[in-house]
Design a protein around this ligand. Sequence first.
Ligand code: ADP
Length: 184
Amino acid sequence: MTKRLIFLGPPGAGKGTQAKRLAQQLNIPHISTGDILRGAISERTPLGQKAQSYMDRGELVPDDLILDLIRERLSQEDALQGWILDGFPRNVEQARFLEELLSELQQNSDCVLSLDVPDDVLIARLLARGRKDDGEETIRRRLEVYREQTEPVNGFYGDRLHIVRGNDTPEAVTQLLQDIVNSG
Ligand code: ADP
C-alpha cells in the first residue's frame, strides 16, 4: 500500500481537500506547508513574521525558511509510517532537497500525484474561497509563480508522476486518486 504521497498542482486545484481525505483514509499525517506557514503567522512566530509578506504577495517563501521546517516535520514520530505532502516541493530545488532528505531518512516517496485543472476554473475557485491571499492580483501572481517555478517539478519526477483530472466533483476526484494509490 502506498503511504508516502506527494501532491502537486496549481493553487486552487483541490490539493488540500483531497490530501486531507486521503490522509484520513490512510491514517497518515497530512503535511501542508501552507497550513504550517499560516499557523506560524497566526501565532506570530519568527517564521510567520518572515513568511507573511511573501505569502501576501503570492510569492514563494524563500527556501531557507521552508527546508528546515520540512526536515523537522518529516523526522517526527508520526511521519515514520507515511505522509501526504501538500504544497511541497514547490520548485526544483525543493524537490532535490526532498530526494536527499528521504535518502537520509531511508525512505522513498511512493507516488507523485498532480491535479490538473484549467486556469479559468482555478481562478473562479480561488475567488470564491476568499482567503487573505486570494485577491485577484495575488491569484494572478500565484498562477504565474506556479507556471514558472512549480510546474517544472512535474518534469523532475518524470515517469513517477500521475496526472489526475481535477476538474470534477471532489468525490469523483477522490475516487480517481484512490484508484491510483491502491494500485501503487
Ligand atoms: P495554494 O495551494 O492554494 O497556493 P498553499 O496553502 O499551498 O496554497 O500556499 C500558500 C502560500 O504559502 C504560497 O503562495 C506560498 O507563499 C507559501 N508556501 C507554501 N508552501 C510553500 C513552499 N513549499 N515553498 C515556498 N512557499 C510556500
